[in-house]
Design a protein around this ligand. Structure first.
Ligand SMILES: Cc1cc2nc3c(=O)[nH]c(=O)nc-3n(C[C@H](O)[C@H](O)[C@H](O)COP(=O)(O)O)c2cc1C
Length: 338
């Protein structure tokens, strides 16, 4: 057997130990998605051998966290939660509430993770951080982050719009021996094989699981994701501005294009003026969300919507993605040297 290059052998230990610590048999994480990834999705993904994650939004109650975390834990396997650093900077309660349920992993993204990471470590959880550019990657290489999630700008939901998944993943793998997980644009066994073949510890998948039967998303949202093509998305802050949600400016969101984004995404100044004038637009978008009117409400989804289907259960999705093994075997055979 040829000798492993030095950096690859240095990576083997953390790769194996992440799987051992978190207990997954399939290297598939459902992304923590506020509004989509509740306890039912997380439990179903963990039960199927993957690693289930809860998405904790900005205005959830303790009661919501208690019931969804109990559901996530009901699989009897490891589970985790994702929270937003800029929300926790104002109020650490959601993190404290979720930690009381004993997740083995928490991911703190979109802002400075330090204080939240310290609290999570005190509770015995591993801590991850999603990174979307080189500066965030450098921050994640500091001691208080255990797992780096490279989230490319093809991904759905909020994040940076600077670098795509593969360049970010390659840079992270060059720079660290910590476990690195790839996120953004992954929805098939071939995509999972691509990142695992590169050295990622796991694939972190949002959009495809947002359309799963166990997802909390409105059925119109799931159907819209299932029907979308890979080039039907837009990256914009327009939905946040309309809903008066205080996301830091460098974190817009990738969503399916609709009537609302076609009207406002290219004229953010006019949108700000309209929202500043009165609350008509805010009420329209909030109302559309409540009704599942996807012509106005945001349908957060990435380019992999074009590879996702509605109506599939999480176990079916995990089993399909587990086909990465045959993709890797076929590639290894094809390129074997004589
Ligand atoms: C509907 C939706 C909601 C999301 N909400 C969150 C969130 O609450 N917290 C978070 O850390 N990431 C969130 N994300 C981003 C995901 O963690 C992940 O980076 C992204 O989904 C990966 O790209 P993909 O959608 O192409 O799989 C969300 C993504 C989607 C699609």
């Amino acid at each position: 057997m040829p000798e492993l290059p030095v950096d690859a052998s240095a990576r083997l230990q953390p790769l194996n130990s992440l799987q051992q610590i978190l207990g997954y048999t399939e290297p598939i994480f459902n992304a923590p998605m506020a509004g989509a990834a509740g306890g039912a999705l997380a439990a179903a993904v963990s039960a199927a051998g993957g690693f289930g994650m809860l998405g904790i939004g900005g205005n959830v109650t303790k009661e919501w966290i208690d019931s969804e975390a109990s559901l996530a834990a009901s699989s009897g396997r490891g589970w985790g939660a994702g929270l937003m650093a800029w929300v926790l900077a104002k109020n650490m309660d959601p993190l404290e509430h979720v930690l009381a349920h004993g997740p083995s992993f928490v991911c703190i993204s979109f802002g400075e993770p330090g204080p939240a990471a310290a609290l999570a470590h005190e509770s015995g959880s591993l801590v991850g951080m999603q990174v979307g550019n080189a500066a965030e990657l450098s921050r994640a290489l500091e001691d208080d982050i255990d797992v780096v999630i490279c989230r490319g700008n093809e991904g759905g939901g909020h994040g940076r719009n600077e670098v795509s998944t593969l360049p970010l993943l390659q840079l992270a793998l060059e720079r660290t021996g910590k476990p690195v997980i790839a996120a953004g644009g992954l929805a098939t066994a071939a995509g999972v094989a691509a990142v695992l073949g590169s050295g990622a510890s796991a694939a972190w998948i949002g959009t495809r699981f947002a359309a799963a039967t166990e997802s909390m998303s409105h059925r119109n949202i799931k159907e819209a994701i299932g029907a979308a093509g890979i080039d039907d998305t837009v990256y914009t802050s327009a939905f946040d501005i309309a809903q008066r949600i205080d996301w830091p400016v460098h974190y817009g969101g990738r969503a399916l294009r609709n009537d609302f984004s076609d009207t406002w995404a290219s004229d953010i100044d006019a949108l700000k003026a309209a929202v500043g004038a009165d609350d008509t637009l805010t009420k329209h978008v909030d109302g559309a969300r409540a009704k599942g009117d996807i012509s106005l409400a945001p349908v957060y989804a990435g380019q992999s919507a074009g590879l996702s289907k509605a109506g599939q259960g999480a176990a079916e999705i995990v089993a399909d993605l587990a086909g990465f093994r045959s993709v890797l075997q076929r590639a290894a055979r094809r390129w074997e040297t004589a």
